[in-house]
Design a protein around this ligand. Sequence first.
Ligand code: SAH
Length: 255
Amino acid sequence: MLIETLSVFPEMFEPVMSASILGRARSRGLFDFKAHDLRDWTHDRHRTVDDEPYGGGAGMLMKVEPIYEAISELKSQSDLCPPRVIFFTPCGAPFTQHVAERLAGCERLLFVCGRYEGMDERAYSLADERLSIGDYVLTGGELAAMVVTDAVVRLIPGALGDSMSSVDESFATGEDGGLLEYEQYTRPSSFNGMDVPPILLSGDHAKVDAWRRRNAIERTCRWRPDLIESAGLTEQERAFALDLIARMHPHEEME
Ligand code: SAH
Protein backbone atom coordinates (compact mmCIF):
# COMPACT_ATOMS: atom_id res chain seq x y z
CA MET A 1 0.00 0.00 0.00
CA LEU A 2 1.15 3.50 -0.79
CA ILE A 3 -0.11 6.37 1.38
CA GLU A 4 0.54 9.93 0.25
CA THR A 5 -0.39 13.30 1.69
CA LEU A 6 -0.76 16.66 0.04
CA SER A 7 -0.37 19.59 2.43
CA VAL A 8 1.57 22.74 3.20
CA PHE A 9 3.31 21.13 6.19
CA PRO A 10 4.84 17.93 4.77
CA GLU A 11 7.48 17.97 7.50
CA MET A 12 4.87 17.20 10.17
CA PHE A 13 4.51 13.57 9.13
CA GLU A 14 7.94 11.97 9.33
CA PRO A 15 8.21 11.55 13.14
CA VAL A 16 4.86 9.76 13.27
CA MET A 17 5.48 7.67 10.16
CA SER A 18 8.86 6.43 11.37
CA ALA A 19 8.03 5.60 15.01
CA SER A 20 6.69 2.46 16.63
CA ILE A 21 4.32 0.21 14.69
CA LEU A 22 3.99 2.54 11.70
CA GLY A 23 7.75 2.84 11.44
CA ARG A 24 8.22 -0.91 11.64
CA ALA A 25 5.47 -1.63 9.12
CA ARG A 26 7.05 0.88 6.80
CA SER A 27 10.57 -0.46 7.12
CA ARG A 28 9.23 -3.98 6.51
CA GLY A 29 7.63 -2.76 3.29
CA LEU A 30 4.01 -3.26 4.41
CA PHE A 31 3.29 0.27 3.32
CA ASP A 32 5.15 3.17 1.80
CA PHE A 33 4.60 6.81 2.71
CA LYS A 34 5.22 10.03 0.85
CA ALA A 35 4.37 13.58 1.96
CA HIS A 36 3.98 16.02 -0.93
CA ASP A 37 4.41 19.78 -0.50
CA LEU A 38 1.46 21.58 -2.06
CA ARG A 39 3.71 24.59 -2.72
CA ASP A 40 5.57 22.52 -5.31
CA TRP A 41 2.54 23.08 -7.55
CA THR A 42 2.50 26.88 -7.25
CA HIS A 43 4.05 29.12 -9.91
CA ASP A 44 4.50 32.51 -8.26
CA ARG A 45 7.52 33.81 -6.40
CA HIS A 46 5.79 33.56 -3.00
CA ARG A 47 4.50 30.05 -3.64
CA THR A 48 1.00 31.21 -2.72
CA VAL A 49 -1.56 28.60 -1.73
CA ASP A 50 -4.25 30.80 -0.13
CA ASP A 51 -6.43 33.80 -0.95
CA GLU A 52 -9.32 35.85 0.45
CA PRO A 53 -12.82 34.39 0.30
CA TYR A 54 -15.31 35.80 -2.20
CA GLY A 55 -18.19 37.38 -0.31
CA GLY A 56 -15.92 38.49 2.50
CA GLY A 57 -15.45 37.05 5.97
CA ALA A 58 -12.53 36.27 8.23
CA GLY A 59 -9.50 34.24 7.27
CA MET A 60 -8.04 32.82 4.10
CA LEU A 61 -9.02 29.95 1.87
CA MET A 62 -6.85 27.46 0.04
CA LYS A 63 -6.78 28.19 -3.67
CA VAL A 64 -8.10 25.60 -6.08
CA GLU A 65 -5.34 25.68 -8.75
CA PRO A 66 -2.36 24.17 -6.89
CA ILE A 67 -4.55 21.44 -5.39
CA TYR A 68 -6.07 20.67 -8.76
CA GLU A 69 -2.74 20.56 -10.50
CA ALA A 70 -1.13 18.41 -7.81
CA ILE A 71 -3.88 15.83 -7.71
CA SER A 72 -4.15 15.66 -11.49
CA GLU A 73 -0.44 14.98 -11.72
CA LEU A 74 -0.44 12.37 -8.93
CA LYS A 75 -3.44 10.66 -10.53
CA SER A 76 -1.86 10.36 -13.93
CA GLN A 77 1.49 8.81 -12.96
CA SER A 78 1.83 5.97 -15.42
CA ASP A 79 3.94 3.76 -13.14
CA LEU A 80 1.38 3.75 -10.31
CA CYS A 81 -2.31 2.96 -10.00
CA PRO A 82 -4.43 6.09 -9.48
CA PRO A 83 -4.93 6.86 -5.77
CA ARG A 84 -8.20 6.99 -3.89
CA VAL A 85 -8.36 10.72 -3.14
CA ILE A 86 -9.59 11.62 0.33
CA PHE A 87 -10.07 15.20 1.51
CA PHE A 88 -10.16 16.02 5.20
CA THR A 89 -12.81 18.46 6.34
CA PRO A 90 -15.08 18.79 9.37
CA CYS A 91 -17.89 18.65 6.79
CA GLY A 92 -16.90 15.11 5.72
CA ALA A 93 -18.43 11.75 6.59
CA PRO A 94 -17.41 10.53 10.05
CA PHE A 95 -14.25 8.40 10.04
CA THR A 96 -15.00 5.08 11.76
CA GLN A 97 -13.41 1.65 12.16
CA HIS A 98 -15.63 0.49 9.33
CA VAL A 99 -14.12 3.14 7.03
CA ALA A 100 -10.61 2.19 8.22
CA GLU A 101 -11.29 -1.43 7.23
CA ARG A 102 -12.48 -0.35 3.81
CA LEU A 103 -9.45 1.90 3.23
CA ALA A 104 -7.09 -0.86 4.36
CA GLY A 105 -8.09 -2.67 1.17
CA CYS A 106 -6.92 0.17 -1.11
CA GLU A 107 -3.66 -0.02 -3.00
CA ARG A 108 -2.97 3.72 -2.97
CA LEU A 109 -4.42 6.52 -0.85
CA LEU A 110 -3.93 10.25 -1.24
CA PHE A 111 -4.88 12.36 1.76
CA VAL A 112 -5.51 16.02 1.00
CA CYS A 113 -5.11 18.27 4.04
CA GLY A 114 -6.60 21.72 4.39
CA ARG A 115 -5.38 24.69 6.43
CA TYR A 116 -6.72 28.17 7.21
CA GLU A 117 -10.51 28.43 6.84
CA GLY A 118 -10.61 25.44 4.52
CA MET A 119 -10.71 25.20 0.73
CA ASP A 120 -12.27 26.66 -2.33
CA GLU A 121 -15.24 24.33 -2.85
CA ARG A 122 -14.14 23.52 -6.39
CA ALA A 123 -11.12 21.63 -5.07
CA TYR A 124 -13.50 18.95 -3.78
CA SER A 125 -14.49 18.09 -7.34
CA LEU A 126 -11.38 15.87 -7.30
CA ALA A 127 -12.35 14.04 -4.12
CA ASP A 128 -13.39 10.40 -4.09
CA GLU A 129 -14.58 11.04 -0.56
CA ARG A 130 -14.47 13.60 2.26
CA LEU A 131 -13.76 12.49 5.80
CA SER A 132 -14.00 14.13 9.21
CA ILE A 133 -12.26 12.62 12.23
CA GLY A 134 -14.77 14.10 14.66
CA ASP A 135 -17.08 16.95 15.53
CA TYR A 136 -14.43 19.52 16.36
CA VAL A 137 -12.26 21.84 14.29
CA LEU A 138 -8.50 21.34 13.92
CA THR A 139 -6.05 23.90 12.57
CA GLY A 140 -5.20 21.60 9.68
CA GLY A 141 -5.84 18.23 8.08
CA GLU A 142 -2.36 16.83 8.77
CA LEU A 143 -3.28 15.40 12.17
CA ALA A 144 -6.43 13.91 10.65
CA ALA A 145 -4.30 12.25 7.95
CA MET A 146 -2.01 10.80 10.63
CA VAL A 147 -4.96 9.51 12.65
CA VAL A 148 -6.43 7.78 9.61
CA THR A 149 -3.04 6.42 8.49
CA ASP A 150 -2.47 4.95 11.95
CA ALA A 151 -5.90 3.30 12.06
CA VAL A 152 -5.54 1.92 8.52
CA VAL A 153 -1.94 0.67 8.70
CA ARG A 154 -2.49 -1.36 11.87
CA LEU A 155 -5.12 -3.33 9.92
CA ILE A 156 -2.65 -4.40 7.23
CA PRO A 157 -1.93 -8.10 7.83
CA GLY A 158 1.38 -8.42 9.68
CA ALA A 159 1.56 -4.79 10.79
CA LEU A 160 0.89 -5.53 14.45
CA GLY A 161 3.23 -8.50 14.59
CA ASP A 162 2.22 -11.89 15.99
CA SER A 163 1.52 -10.80 19.53
CA MET A 164 -1.21 -8.27 18.81
CA SER A 165 -4.51 -8.64 17.08
CA SER A 166 -6.98 -6.22 15.60
CA VAL A 167 -9.74 -8.84 15.36
CA ASP A 168 -11.77 -8.51 18.57
CA GLU A 169 -10.98 -4.92 19.47
CA SER A 170 -13.38 -2.08 20.09
CA PHE A 171 -15.61 -1.36 17.07
CA ALA A 172 -14.25 -4.33 15.06
CA THR A 173 -16.96 -5.08 12.55
CA GLY A 174 -17.05 -8.88 12.41
CA GLU A 175 -20.35 -10.74 12.69
CA ASP A 176 -20.47 -10.40 16.48
CA GLY A 177 -18.60 -7.08 16.56
CA GLY A 178 -19.42 -3.41 16.91
CA LEU A 179 -18.93 -3.37 20.68
CA LEU A 180 -16.36 -1.69 22.88
CA GLU A 181 -13.59 -4.02 23.98
CA TYR A 182 -13.91 -5.91 27.29
CA GLU A 183 -11.87 -4.89 30.37
CA GLN A 184 -8.35 -6.29 30.54
CA TYR A 185 -5.91 -6.84 33.39
CA THR A 186 -2.29 -7.84 33.87
CA ARG A 187 -0.20 -8.59 36.98
CA PRO A 188 -0.53 -8.07 39.94
CA SER A 189 -3.85 -9.80 40.60
CA SER A 190 -4.51 -7.44 43.49
CA PHE A 191 -3.56 -3.77 43.58
CA ASN A 192 -4.54 -1.21 46.23
CA GLY A 193 -7.51 -3.35 47.21
CA MET A 194 -8.66 -3.71 43.56
CA ASP A 195 -8.86 -7.34 42.49
CA VAL A 196 -8.80 -8.82 39.00
CA PRO A 197 -12.15 -10.57 38.31
CA PRO A 198 -11.55 -14.16 39.57
CA ILE A 199 -12.83 -15.80 36.36
CA LEU A 200 -9.84 -14.39 34.48
CA LEU A 201 -7.52 -16.30 36.82
CA SER A 202 -9.49 -19.54 36.52
CA GLY A 203 -7.84 -20.89 33.37
CA ASP A 204 -11.29 -21.89 32.05
CA HIS A 205 -11.25 -20.47 28.53
CA ALA A 206 -14.94 -20.96 27.82
CA LYS A 207 -15.86 -19.12 30.99
CA VAL A 208 -13.34 -16.38 30.23
CA ASP A 209 -14.82 -15.94 26.74
CA ALA A 210 -18.36 -15.76 28.13
CA TRP A 211 -17.28 -13.24 30.76
CA ARG A 212 -15.53 -11.08 28.16
CA ARG A 213 -18.51 -11.08 25.84
CA ARG A 214 -20.85 -10.05 28.64
CA ASN A 215 -18.38 -7.44 29.87
CA ALA A 216 -18.08 -5.95 26.37
CA ILE A 217 -21.87 -5.66 26.19
CA GLU A 218 -22.06 -4.08 29.65
CA ARG A 219 -19.32 -1.58 28.87
CA THR A 220 -20.90 -0.62 25.59
CA CYS A 221 -24.26 -0.12 27.32
CA ARG A 222 -22.63 2.16 29.87
CA TRP A 223 -20.32 4.27 27.71
CA ARG A 224 -21.65 4.01 24.18
CA PRO A 225 -25.28 2.87 24.21
CA ASP A 226 -25.59 4.34 20.70
CA LEU A 227 -23.49 1.44 19.37
CA ILE A 228 -25.85 -1.27 20.61
CA GLU A 229 -28.36 -0.80 17.81
CA SER A 230 -25.90 -1.81 15.08
CA ALA A 231 -23.78 -4.28 17.10
CA GLY A 232 -23.85 -7.95 16.15
CA LEU A 233 -25.86 -9.33 19.09
CA THR A 234 -27.98 -12.45 19.48
CA GLU A 235 -31.67 -11.97 20.39
CA GLN A 236 -30.85 -12.85 23.96
CA GLU A 237 -27.89 -10.47 24.14
CA ARG A 238 -29.96 -7.69 22.65
CA ALA A 239 -32.70 -8.12 25.26
CA PHE A 240 -30.05 -8.12 28.00
CA ALA A 241 -28.46 -4.96 26.56
CA LEU A 242 -31.71 -3.04 26.17
CA ASP A 243 -32.69 -3.90 29.73
CA LEU A 244 -29.28 -2.75 30.99
CA ILE A 245 -29.50 0.51 29.07
CA ALA A 246 -32.96 1.21 30.46
CA ARG A 247 -31.55 0.78 33.95
CA MET A 248 -28.25 2.61 33.38
CA HIS A 249 -29.69 5.51 31.42
CA PRO A 250 -33.26 5.77 32.69
CA HIS A 251 -33.86 9.26 31.30
CA GLU A 252 -32.55 8.70 27.78
CA GLU A 253 -34.63 7.29 24.95
CA MET A 254 -33.04 4.66 22.73
CA GLU A 255 -33.96 5.03 19.07
N1 SAH B 1 -13.75 26.57 8.25
C1 SAH B 1 -13.80 25.13 8.24
C2 SAH B 1 -12.71 24.54 9.13
C3 SAH B 1 -11.36 24.66 8.53
S1 SAH B 1 -10.15 23.94 9.55
C4 SAH B 1 -15.17 24.71 8.78
O1 SAH B 1 -15.73 25.42 9.62
O2 SAH B 1 -15.66 23.65 8.38
C5 SAH B 1 -8.78 23.77 8.44
C6 SAH B 1 -8.54 22.39 7.91
O3 SAH B 1 -8.33 21.48 8.97
C7 SAH B 1 -9.68 21.79 7.09
O4 SAH B 1 -9.60 22.20 5.76
C8 SAH B 1 -9.43 20.29 7.24
O5 SAH B 1 -8.52 19.79 6.28
C9 SAH B 1 -8.80 20.19 8.61
N2 SAH B 1 -9.74 19.78 9.65
C10 SAH B 1 -10.23 20.53 10.66
N3 SAH B 1 -11.07 19.84 11.44
C11 SAH B 1 -11.12 18.60 10.91
C12 SAH B 1 -11.82 17.41 11.28
N4 SAH B 1 -12.65 17.38 12.32
N5 SAH B 1 -11.64 16.31 10.53
C13 SAH B 1 -10.82 16.33 9.45
N6 SAH B 1 -10.13 17.42 9.07
C14 SAH B 1 -10.28 18.55 9.78
